[in-house]
Every structure is written in C-alpha cells, then in structure tokens.
Design a protein around this ligand. Structure first.
Ligand SMILES: [Mn+2]
Length: 246
C-alpha cells in the first residue's frame, strides 16, 4: 500500500484541503479519495491553535466512520480527550481555540461532539505500524526499544510528548531531547510534534511537522517514494516557534 502521511494540522483546515488536492485526492464525497488507491494518514494534533479545529476533527470522524482512518494521537488530542471526559484541564497552550469553537455551537451539538470525540480517541492506537512493521507513524516519535514493547505507560508518554526530561525551558515549554539522532532501528518512522522549517530526515526517520499553524507550511510525505509535498501556511510566520537542529 502507498501512503501520504500528513503532519500536524492544528486546525489549519484550508491548508489541509489544499494539500490533499495537491496530492491528487478528490473530496467530492466528503472523504479524500485518491484515483490510484493511495491512503492518507496523520501524525496527530489535528486541532488547537489554528482557525478550524472542529472541521478538521470532523474529517477524521468521517474517515473513521468509513474505516479509512490512519491516525496516531498527539498530546493535543490527548488533552482534548481529557477535556471531553469532563476532566479539569487548563484551557491554554492551544486548546482554548478548540473549546471556543465548541462553545459557539448549540448545547446539544456540543454534547454530541464531545461524545463522538471520546469514542474517536478511545479507538486510536498509540502509534500506527504499517507494511509489516516497516513503516511507523507516531506523533512525537518512538525509541527503537519501545517499538512492540509491553511497557504501555512508557510508550504512551514517549509517543505523546517525545523524549522529555522533566525539565522546562524559560518559557515553560518542556525540554525535548532529539531522540531521532540516536535512532538505529529498521522501521522507517514518520513523526511530527516539534516544528521544523523543512521536513527533517535523519537515521530512517522524518519529522514532517513544518509548523503550519506558526506560519510555516503543511507537509506530507509520500511513502514509499519519500517525496515531500507541502503547501504554504496562510498564517503569520513566528520564527521562534521552530526548532533548528545542528
Ligand atoms: Mn504535539
């Protein structure tokens, strides 16, 4: 099977549609269909910060209803799940935009959306393994020894938040280690989570979060061709939100 794997969308629905069209998908039926039978897949964080989180999540719902969803959950997906369950989460770091969109709906629609979201999230795997384990799609990455591991808790933290040390940067964001630089595994790993200005290939991994919501671009990687396809963001460029690796 051939895949087009899409990076962190964060509510940039218009850019998502442009990217799907550039990749050759037709959207006439409400779900993306490719004439050559290619499948779309996502590294997660469909929502938060950007202008159209609900529309983006609703596309994921439709894909799931059609048994076409390939989606690895991110930290923003997890936080919104906790919100949907009624947990007391802090409405900051992006979720406040999604909640504002939600609260603009009639009450009954809000309840339906939150219920649907819970079943959506609960059916997601922690990461997606395709092509006999040769391709892994995972939000923040995964260490080789965690692939297939039974340590659910360790996997969960790593795939949602990355290789965090527990330390914080002066602005409050967690310190993330560059796990990909020491990756020596056989599976090709497609991930996102840490915005970079260009898709970053290193050691059989690629980071395709090119920071669309921070004014970068929305990026897909075509697998197995390894071709990178992007569309520019319509939002203002915020250079300090991007990580540059040595
Ligand atoms: Mn993330």
């Amino acid at each position: 099977m051939k895949y087009d794997i899409i990076g962190d969308i964060h509510g940039c629905f218009d850019e998502l549609i442009q990217l799907l069209q550039k990749l050759g998908y037709s959207l006439d039926t409400g779900i993306p269909i490719h004439p050559e039978g290619r499948k779309i897949a996502f590294v997660g964080d469909a929502m938060d910060r950007g202008p159209n989180s609900l529309k983006t999540i609703e596309l994921m719902f439709r894909l799931q209803d059609n048994r076409e969803l390939i989606y690895s959950p991110g930290n923003h997906c997890n936080k919104f799940y906790r919100f949907a369950k009624g947990n007391n989460v802090q409405l900051q770091h992006g979720i406040e935009t999604t909640v504002a969109e939600l609260h603009a709906l009639p009450k009954e629609k809000q309840v339906n959306f939150l219920n649907r979201y819970q079943s959506f999230y609960e059916s997601l795997p922690l990461y997606v393994s395709l092509n006999n384990g040769n391709l892994i799609i995972v939000h923040a990455g995964i260490r080789e020894n965690l692939i297939g591991s039974k340590n659910h808790k360790k996997i969960r933290t790593f795939v949602l938040y990355g290789d965090i040390t527990g330390e914080k940067l002066p602005d409050g964001r967690p310190v993330r280690k560059d796990w990909a630089i020491t990756y020596r595994g056989k599976p090709f790993i497609v991930y996102g989570h840490t915005p970079v200005q260009e898709a970053r290939f290193i050691n059989n991994t690629v980071n395709i979060d090119t920071g669309c919501v921070f004014g970068g671009k929305l990026t897909a990687i075509r697998y197995p061709e390894m071709e990178v396809v992007s569309v520019p963001s319509s939002l203002p460029f915020m250079p300090d939100r991007f990580t540059s690796f040595p």
